[in-house]
Design a binder for this molecule. Structure first.
Ligand SMILES: Nc1ncnc2c1ncn2[C@@H]1O[C@H](COP(=O)(O)OP(=O)(O)OP(=O)(O)O)[C@@H](O)[C@H]1O
Ligand SMILES: [Mg+2]
Length: 389
C-alpha cells in the first residue's frame, strides 16, 4: 500500500493544502517553505500508530504542544486536520482507504488535545463504506476517550489494522554521520525513533544473519559502483564490548592494511549505506531529508536511479519514498517522473504546494530536466524575495 493523497488543514505552515503523492515524490522549495514540516505529517501519523508508546498526547507533546503545531496563520477555524488516502500500488491505482483525523484543544481544564473528528472509509470504485466515525455515542458518554485516536489501540483499530500498521512502520532518516561515529563519546540523548541515525548500527545488528548478509551484499555491490576504490563491506561485533560495527576495505590501501571501522568511513559513505539499507528494509513509506548531503555531485546526479534500483531490487513491494531536496544535480536526472516533483512556495498565509503544470510536464517530456523547469521556479522566488530585503 502507499499513501496516494494528503490533505492538510492548519498543519504548521500549511493553512490548507491537498496534494497527490507518488511512488517517489520530490519536495522542492526555498528554505523555510515547509519541506520538513510536510514530512513531519507522516512522522506524526507514525507516532500516533506505533505499537509502543504511541498516541495523540505523546505525538503532540513531542512537538511541544498544539499551539506550536497549529498553523499560526489560522484565525477563527483553528482545528488541525490531516486526511490521507491509501492505494494498493501506484498513485494512479484506485484508492482503497481514506483516513481523516481532526484535533483541537479541549475547551476546559488543562486544554488537552482532543480528537474533534476521526473517520475511516473503505473505498471500492465509487462506493465508500464508513468503518469509523467519531465522535460517536461512546465518546460523548466518556469524553476521556477523545484524548486518543482509534489508531492507538489494537482493540479500536481492528477493522482497519492495515492502515495502523502501515503508519506505524513509516520511517524517517536524516542521518548525521558525526552522531553515528561519535555518539558514544558525545554521550548524546537518542531521540524517539532515532531520526538522526545514532542507532543505525543496532538496526543493522537486529536482523538475522541471513537478512543482514543479503542486504549488505547488495549494498556492497552498489557502493562498489559509486565509491572509487571501495572493495568490501562486512558486519562485526567488538569482541570486548559486543558493540556492532561496520567495516570496509579499500583497494588502494596496503595489502595488509586491514579493515576500517565506521568511524573512519567518509560521511558520504555512511549516508549512502544507511540510505540503501532503509530502501531494502521495509515496504512502507520512507522519508528522506536532503539525501544529497555529503555526496559528490556526480553521485548525487545518479541518486534517483540508485534509489529506484534499490527500491526495486527486493522481493517485497518497492518502498514509497518522499525526498526533500535542494539539489540541482539530483533534479537534473532525466529519469525522474516530473509529475512527482512538488514545489512548495511561501505566501503571506503560509505555504502552498504546486504540481508541475501541463507546460512544465511537456517541457520535461521534450527532454528538459526537472531542475531546468521546476527548480528554476524556486530560484526565481528566492531572488524576488531577496531583492525586497
Ligand atoms: N505552527 C506554525 N505555523 C506557521 N508556520 C510555522 C509553524 N511551525 C513552523 N512554521 C514555519 O515553518 C518554517 C520552517 O519550515 P521547514 O523547516 O519545514 O522548512 P524547509 O522547507 O524544510 O526549510 P529548509 O530547506 O531550510 O530545511 C519556518 O519558517 C517556521 O516559522
Ligand atoms: Mg528542512
Amino acid at each position: 500500500m502507499l499513501i496516494s493523497r494528503v490533505k492538510l488543514k492548519n498543519w504548521r505552515n500549511f493553512r490548507e493544502v491537498d496534494s497527490p503523492l507518488f511512488d517517489v515524490t520530490y519536495l522542492i522549495g526555498a528554505n523555510a517553505t515547509g519541506k520538513s514540516n510536510f514530512l513531519d505529517v507522516f512522522r506524526f501519523l507514525r507516532d500516533l500508530a506505533k505499537t509502543q508508546g504511541g498516541g495523540l498526547q505523546g505525538a503532540i507533546a513531542d512537538r511541544r504542544g498544539l499551539s506550536k503545531l497549529r498553523c499560526l496563520h489560522a484565525r477563527k477555524d483553528t482545528e488541525v486536520h490531516i486526511e490521507v488516502q491509501l492505494s494498493e500500488q501506484t498513485a494512479d491505482s484506485p484508492p482503497l482507504w481514506r483516513y481523516h483525523l481532526g484535533f483541537k484543544s479541549e475547551a476546559v481544564g488543562a486544554n488537552r488535545p482532543i480528537v474533534s473528528a476521526e473517520e475511516v472509509f473503505r473505498l471500492r470504485g465509487d462506493d465508500e463504506e464508513c468503518i469509523l466515525k467519531r465522535p460517536d455515542d461512546e465518546d460523548l458518554g466518556d469524553r476521556e476517550r477523545l484524548t486518543r485516536t482509534s489508531l492507538e489501540h489494537p482493540q479500536t483499530n481492528a477493522r482497519f489494522r492495515e492502515i495502523a500498521e502501515h503508519f506505524a512502520n513509516i520511517t524517517y532518516l536524516h542521518l548525521v554521520p558525526q552522531l553515528l561515529k561519535f555518539g558514544d563519546d558525545i554521550g548524546g540523548r537518542r531521540l524517539e525513533n532515532d531520526p538522526f541515525g545514532q542507532g543505525f548500527l543496532e538496526r543493522v545488528a537486529s536482523v538475522s544473519d541471513r537478512v543482514r548478509n543479503s542486504r549488505l551484499g547488495r549494498i556492497k555491490a552498489a557502493l562498489a559502483r559509486t565509491i572509487p576504490q571501495f572493495e568490501d563491506l562486512r558486519f562485526d561485533r567488538d569482541k570486548v564490548t559486543g558493540r556492532p560495527h561496520l567495516e570496509a576495505k579499500y583497494k588502494h590501501h596496503r595489502p595488509l592494511a586491514g579493515w576500517q571501522r565506521e568511524d573512519q568511513f567518509s560521511d558520504g559513505t555512511l549516508r549512502l549505506i544507511a540510505l540503501f539499507w532503509l530502501l531494502l528494509e521495509g515496504d512502507e513509506l520512507l522519508l528522506l531529508e536532503e539525501p544529497e548531503l555529503s555526496l559528490n555531485e556526480e553521485i548525487v546526479r545518479q541518486l534517483p536511479v540508485l534509489i529506484d534500483g534499490a527500491r526495486r531490487s527486493t522481493k517485497r513491494r518497492a518502498r514509497q519514498v518522499i525526498i526533500s531536496t535542494h539539489s540541482q544535480a539530483l533534479l537534473e536526472n532525466k529519469g525522474i517522473d516530473g509529475r512527482g516533483v512538488l514545489r512548495l512556495e511561501r505566501n503571506k498565509e503560509g505555504s502552498t504546494i504546486h504540481l508541475p503544470s501541463e507546460v512544465d510536464l511537456e517541457l520535461i517530456e521534450d527532454g528538459a530536466s526537472p531542475a531546468e523547469v521546476l527548480l528554476q521556479q524556486t530560484h526565481r522566488q528566492v531572488s524576488k524575495e531577496m531583492a525586497l530585503v
